[in-house]
Design a protein around this ligand. Sequence first.
Ligand SMILES: *Cc1c(COP(=O)(O)O)cnc(C)c1O
Length: 225
Amino acid sequence: MAISDSLHVTKSRIAAACVAAGRPADAVHLLVVSKTFPAAAVREAFAAGARAFGENYVQEGLAKIDELADLREQIEWHLIGPLQSNKTRPVAEQFDWVHAVDRLKIAERLSEQRPAGLPPLNICLQVNISAEASKSGLLPGDVRALAHQVAALPRLTLRGLMAVPEPGPGALAQHQAMAALFDALKAEGLALDTLSLGMSADLEDAIRAGSTMVRVGSAIFGSRG
Ligand SMILES: *Cc1c(COP(=O)(O)O)cnc(C)c1O
């Protein structure tokens, strides 16, 4: 399927899930995950109307941002993969969002290194909602403290939470647990607007639970092989 067609199908899935959940059609943003696909594929998705793109690997993302420099003002670039502290500077300088922050040290470096001429860097904290030992992200009980610390950093804007729930019978409950955590932080007065939850396979569960941003790769670009 052409990228423009699969993009359209994905938008239809999002719209149908919003209707099924009784949520407004514009309640959920689509982040197009372009990891492993070339800049030409991003350009094609851009031509079909996509404006927000997610990359997992810092070097690959920076190379694509560079190759697509002519579109830089019109594209929002999101880093959705893990970030090591020795790679924060180019990320602070080049990306618009970072979704997988789970340590204060990384957030402090991003804040210090965010150039003064740019708007604050948008941040989501990654939560290990399935509490699997192999997964990155904060344990749910540690989210609140870090959220307040990150919200206080001057060159960052804490937008919300992100997770990759474990597929299977318990998936919807994990999506719902993320939504509950998100609501609890907002009830404490944090001005959050982004629950980054749901991928190609589980965006319906995520939207049903309250996701405001789904991160979709393979359903748009095809299998990563
Ligand atoms: C790869 C990836 C996605 C997109 O996954 P698809 O199944 O291809 O839609 C979303 N979020 C993260 C963190 C990813 O690594």
